[in-house]
Design a protein around this ligand. Sequence first.
Ligand SMILES: [Zn+2]
Ligand SMILES: [Zn+2]
Length: 245
Amino acid sequence: MKYELETIPIWDTYEEDHECPLCILEQKAEQGYIDFYLGSSVMNPETRVEVNKKGFCPGHFSRLFASRKNRHGLGLISHTHMKARAASLEGIEKRLIARSRFGRGESLKKMAIDYSRLLASGNTSCMICDRLDYTLKRYTFTILYLWKKDDQGFRRKYSESKGFCTCHLPGILAMAPDVLSGSTYADWIKATVENQQKSMERLEKEIFWYTQKFDYQNNDKPWGTSKDALNRVIQKLTGIIQRDE
Ligand SMILES: [Zn+2]
Ligand SMILES: [Zn+2]
């Protein structure tokens, strides 16, 4: 699959100092989608139909609520989505009740499992997750493309960066063979893995010094780059940017 290029956000992100460009891009895109679904455009019929069908996963529904914006709009989309959800479950619920009159049996159990699967699939379907997934693939594709062309010295910028978090690295590794071939692919693997190794070693030292700073004997010693090492280690391991309140 070919994705449209989005070079400006990639360059902007590589100008910043961070543990993973995709964490930053994902967070920005996610905030954009949260704002979108709480904005006025969500009232257009096309979006309403999609929201009714897919809804949001538990995490994103909570984020929409936690933003405290546009309670009326969120109430309206929650109402019609709930109605659609109830309608999609109605058939199997009727059959389950009817079957339960015949007592406990294998077919009743099987039907209950189908019911539970249908519920679970509704809980994981999410408009924001779907759009984020696509956007992230576009960004991933663009990083690989810029590397391939070595556009405006992108390779150097890439090698000077701190690599990726352990959650976004698998995505770019999975896409790379579709974008890069032959020795370009081999060179990219070398550059990426070397950089990743270096990055993990550095971060391990930074978090070690972070833990040492709790020893009173180290009170007066400088933090160096370790002050936010815990935030960055957790980001590196989870793909989620950690901010102090
Ligand atoms: Zn990341
Ligand atoms: Zn979601």
